[in-house]
Design a protein around this ligand. Structure first.
Ligand code: ACM
Ligand code: ZN
Length: 473
């Protein structure tokens, strides 16, 4: 999906967006078109078509000058693309699919001024099929209405994938019928402020659902269905992430037998020697698949320290049984991680789904069809594509929106650190120059991540996402 971008403008000079008339280079124009993301091809000409928002909303019926059309036989338009023409005759928007039409409408919304729509010819299509935003709802919980608000902004910028980080030590956020204690005991905690709570160390407490003053929450299956229906309207896919084999402290509060020591607050890692771990994974993923239509299911895979496995007799017995041996590239425990991710992949593939994991799933050998999210840098993505695996680029130094966006941190709400200003996001080129054009095809897209350790409210979510989300798109 690598397409060189060509944007042509008939007009020259600098104009301002707005309703007044501005004159430059001997031409009078009413607006300079500034679309985000920039369209693939655009030619602006002089003039405005007078139209009201009402006319656009009722297009196709209320006005014969505004025509929206889905033409499945339009072979010159890619699936997510659209063609838009605005001139004295009216507005003509054509797409091959409903999704393309939807994106054309987003463009119209951005073009609309109080004076109408500028004359323009646009031929648009996205550069990448995967245009993602990630939201961590574990460290702080955001309810379904807040998630919908975020999807509104995403669709305005033509982002098409919301990756929900549903499980982590901060709290388990998804109703699972077979394991009700996950939400009854693992979804609420003593403090809202994640840092304060986390710093309690071994004394940090989860609280039972219904405890007065408890902080937390989770999505019921009906909540998820409601969010999914909304996402479908916005042409957004929601990818659920269930963390394996690490970042799972909250699971062991409810089901301590699933970690090596059999006791909560001892580890965040599943015991790979315990057959119940595999049963848990299959049962949870089964319910996840029943709920989410997304082809991709994210299984985490990041930041597993594996030290518990080194000392756990059950994990070591599993290593022996599988004849996993350390070599110069990988420890036996890394191969054990690879084993459980491979297991998850086979399970998901058997149900017609595909696995995504953070780049650590490369360690110990990549599962055969896995897609890799490169986050520590770009090397994970490069390694994945060299092995003919799809990669999604989400390098922290460019696309971690939990990082500060200014150096003036004294006057900012506390953040996790780092420095990712708007220009940095905008400067990011997702396809490393060292790749051949064949390898580059495996870079399926980009994603910005919002970890919410320091983000307690939805207004702060928006503060961190915007305007960087615009630069991402
Ligand atoms: C990550 O930031 N741990 C994927
Ligand atoms: Zn173990």
């Amino acid at each position: 999906m690598l397409i060189p971008k060509r944007v042509g403008k008939v007009l020259s000079g600098t104009f301002l967006v707005g309703s007044a008339l501005f004159t430059s280079c001997n031409q009078t124009v009413e607006t300079q078109i500034q679309l985000i993301p920039e369209p693939f091809e655009m030619t602006q000409s002089d003039g405005m078509f007078k139209v009201s928002q009402a006319m656009l909303v009722g297009a196709g019926s209320a006005s014969n000058k505004v025509n929206f059309r889905v033409d499945p036989n339009a072979t010159d338009i890619p699936d997510e693309g659209y063609q838009l023409e605005i001139d004295e005759a009216g507005v003509r928007l054509t797409a091959k699919t409903e999704t393309g039409l939807f994106y054309g409408k987003q463009t119209l919304l951005q073009l609309l001024t109080p004076n109408g729509l500028p004359y323009v010819k646009i031929n648009d299509q996205p550069r990448f099929p995967y245009r993602g935003l990630h939201l961590d709802v574990s460290r702080h919980f955001f309810d379904k209405e807040e998630v919908k608000k975020l999807m509104n902004v995403m669709s305005y910028y033509k982002l098409n994938t919301l990756h929900l980080h549903l499980t982590d030590a901060g709290g388990w956020r998804l109703q699972i019928d077979k394991y009700p204690k996950l939400t009854q005991e693992g979804a609420f905690r003593t403090q809202s402020d994640w840092r304060e709570w986390w710093d309690n160390g071994k004394d940090r407490q989860y609280l039972k659902e219904g405890t007065e003053g408890a902080y937390g929450g989770y999505y019921t299956k009906d909540d998820i269905r409601d969010m999914l229906a909304y996402a479908a309207e916005k042409h957004i896919t929601i990818i659920p992430e269930i963390e394996f084999p690490a970042h799972s402290d909250e699971v062991f509060v409810a089901y301590p037998e699933l970690c090596c020591a059999g006791k909560s607050h001892t580890s965040g890692d599943f015991c790979i020697g315990n057959p119940k771990t595999f049963e848990f994974m299959e049962n949870v993923l089964t319910e996840v698949i029943e709920l989410f239509p997304s082809e991709y299911i994210h299984v985490g895979g990041d930041e597993c320290p594996k030290i518990r496995w080194e000392k756990c007799p059950k994990c070591q017995a599993r290593i022996k049984e599988l004849r996993l041996k350390a070599d110069k590239n990988h420890t036996a425990e890394q191969k054990l991680q690879s084993y459980i991710i491979n297991y998850a992949e086979q399970f998901l593939n058997g149900k017609g789904r595909r696995i995504i994991g953070w780049e650590e799933i490369l360690e110990g050998g990549l599962a055969p069809n896995a897609t890799v999210m490169s986050w520590r840098g770009i090397e994970g993505g490069i390694e994945a594509v060299k092995h003919k695996h799809d990669a999604i680029m989400t390098p922290s130094l460019f696309l971690y929106f939990d990082y500060y966006q200014t150096m003036d941190t004294d006057n900012e709400p506390p953040a996790i650190g780092g420095y990712v200003p708007l220009e940095k996001v905008y400067s990011y080129e997702p396809v490393p120059q060292t790749l051949t054009s064949e390898e580059a095809k495996y870079i399926v897209g980009v994603q910005a991540n919002l970890w919410t350790e320091y983000i307690p409210t939805y207004s702060q979510v928006e503060y961190m996402e915007l305007p960087r989300m615009a630069a991402l798109s």
